[in-house]
Write a protein that binds this ligand. Structure first.
Ligand SMILES: [Zn+2]
Ligand SMILES: [Zn+2]
Length: 197
């Protein structure tokens, strides 16, 4: 049997996904995925790598969007904080503006914690399939619910929100670095796919 892609070459293996015969050169080119997927043909290797590239691209877009949201809310918070003295002149108005400022500054940490949880959950699902929680209800019955995350992260978010004025810039920078890293990973995979002919 000859290689599906190179009809003049003898096949040395079969693709683990689609069963197509593969020559030694094709097998060598797709060897990056051998450990996780077995020997693949060029097309199956490409689509597998494309899936990973798309995963990182989506991660990058989500982080970028989060970073913009965090920055906008932080700027609004700081502006509110700056004007609450001169405009409010003490009293109730000042208190309301100050509260709004604290809430705006706290949105950054909230988004960051929520996204961290989402990414951790995605990673868990990838390794172990969908996660479910078994819960018992007050009447003794058992309910199985899709896992929505753990409450300790909620407490962490609350604490971080309370110090949002200081923590927001930190999570914005962390998200920026994360966005760049995800973009780099997506590019790396796309570049590698382009070399597979
Ligand atoms: Zn294949
Ligand atoms: Zn070949």
């Amino acid at each position: 049997m000859n290689c599906e892609r190179h009809p003049d070459r003898e096949a040395v293996a079969k693709c683990n996904e689609c069963g197509a015969p593969i020559c030694a050169e094709c097998a060598e080119k797709t060897s990056v995925l051998r450990e996780s997927c077995g020997t693949l043909c060029i097309d199956c290797c490409k689509s597998e790598l494309q899936g990973i590239a798309d995963y990182y691209a989506a991660k990058k877009s989500r982080r970028l969007r989060n970073m913009i949201l965090m920055t906008v809310f932080y700027i609004i918070g700081i502006v509110l904080l700056a004007i609450c003295g001169p405009v409010g002149g003490g009293g109730l108005v000042t208190a309301i503006i100050a509260l709004a400022a604290v809430v705006c500054c706290g949105i950054g940490p909230l988004i960051w914690v929520a996204n961290r949880h989402k990414e951790a959950h995605d990673a868990y699902e990838e390794r172990n399939g969908v996660t479910y929680n078994v819960q018992s209800t007050w009447d003794g019955n058992v309910k199985v619910k899709r896992d929505k995350g753990d409450t300790s992260l909620g407490f962490l978010a609350l604490i971080m929100m309370a110090f949002g004025i200081l923590i927001s810039p930190v999570v914005i920078i962390i998200t920026l670095i994360g966005t760049v890293n995800a973009a780099k990973s997506a590019k790396l995979y796309n570049d590698y796919i382009a070399t597979l002919q």
